[in-house]
Design a protein around this ligand. Structure first.
Ligand code: SF4
Length: 356
């Protein structure tokens, strides 16, 4: 990735969230799933969103496109401008026009997103008909072209097959073809390779990189895998308990994390440079109950650097002089020694494992 390019805050953003907040109804009360997120993504760049499950990353993306059931959403606040239009102000009909046409989505498990009783070309033809008015032979020809563009061999034959007749990697390529069918400006990929083996994972991620560059798309890549983030994103937002923990150029965040949670995620990721047989560090404790109003830092109960102030005041995102990224922490991790850093180790470990 081009880690030297300007960060999204410097370029004109395609998507710009300010104070974006989503509260969900749950049997335990209202859950603060996304809490005051400020982030921007520019065309041609990939923003990775990282965090443990329940950190709010999927709720953030799904809520933007109106993909959460109305009854589940207790509150949505803040703004989410997409090419100048605030998505939070759009009704379901208007959002349907954005979804699939201007914003494509790829999910973790294509079997739940694809219809098992429709040949794949017919599934790709649905958005082509709805958004572009393509029907019949023209729609099928375009579907075959799209399958070809995502690297499906013998696309004309595969187009007539059903999802169950395809391998997991091929189904994920079909999902990507479907998401790209109307030439979206933004692609949201929610753990797109988690269910795949490491070699197919690498192929799919390289495919997404190529398509992003060819189409000048913006990409939001949701992942819990810091190796994927290191190799396939320009910028990263670390989320914890619905809040932003760290945000900025991927190279800067992964080489010199300031928030202890990011440091802990890195320590829990495999690298090639640790001693042989070394156990990976686990993050002790549990995330907080997000139905409680937290008076201080959400990571306080698990943090090795916690101070009194952390339990009473929510830390704001700040960028100190000399750092290329922002973090929310009252007692940040000191910068690494010169020559230290973690990106190379993680990336190398991934490349090694994708060869085996
Ligand atoms: S604000 Fe305090 S508790 Fe939170 S991550 Fe920083 S040091 Fe840890």
């Amino acid at each position: 990735m081009n880690h030297d390019a300007p960060s999204p805050s410097a370029a004109e953003p395609l998507l710009n969230l300010r104070g974006y907040t989503v509260h969900l109804n749950s049997p335990r009360g209202t859950v603060r799933a996304v809490d005051g997120v400020d982030v921007a993504v520019a065309r041609g760049r990939t923003l990775a969103v990282v965090g443990e499950s329940g950190s709010g990353k999927s709720v953030l993306c799904r809520s933007l496109l109106g993909l959460l059931p109305d009854a589940a959403v207790a509150l949505r606040a803040g703004t989410a401008h997409f090419d100048g239009v605030d998505l939070t102000a759009l009704g379901e009909r208007e959002l349907r026009d954005v979804r699939g046409r201007r914003v494509g989505m790829v999910f973790q498990d294509p079997m739940t997103a694809l219809n098992p009783v429709l040949p794949v070309w017919r599934q790709i033809a649905l958005p082509l008909k709805r958004h572009l008015g393509l029907r019949g032979r023209a729609a099928k020809a375009r579907a075959v072209e799209l399958l070809d563009s995502v690297g499906i061999p013998d696309p004309a034959r595969r187009a007539d097959q059903y999802p169950l007749q395809l391998s997991g990697g091929m189904r994920q390529r079909v999902m990507i073809a479907l998401a790209l069918s109307c030439d979206p400006e933004l692609l949201i990929a929610d753990e797109p390779t988690t269910a795949l083996d490491v070699t197919v994972q690498a192929q799919i991620l390289r495919l997404l990189d190529r398509l992003r560059a060819e189409r000048d798309m913006a990409v939001i890549l949701i992942s819990h895998d810091l190796g994927v983030v290191a190799d396939h994103s320009d910028d990263v937002m670390v989320m914890y308990a619905g809040r932003q923990a760290e945000l900025g150029p991927t190279a800067s965040v992964l080489a010199a994390p300031r928030m202890p949670y990011t440091r802990a995620l890195l320590d829990a990721a495999p690298t090639l440079h640790g001693p042989r047989g070394q156990h990976l560090a686990a993050i002790g404790g549990q995330p907080p109950d997000m139905s409680r109003l937290l008076s201080g830092c959400a990571f306080a109960d698990r943090c090795p650097r916690v101070q009194d102030r952390c339990r009473t005041e929510v830390p704001a995102m700040t960028r100190p002089p000399g750092s290329a990224h922002e973090a929310a922490c009252w007692n940040p991790v000191p910068p690494p020694r010169p020559g230290g850093g973690t990106v190379t180790g993680i990336s190398a470990a991934r490349r090694e494992s994708s060869r085996t």
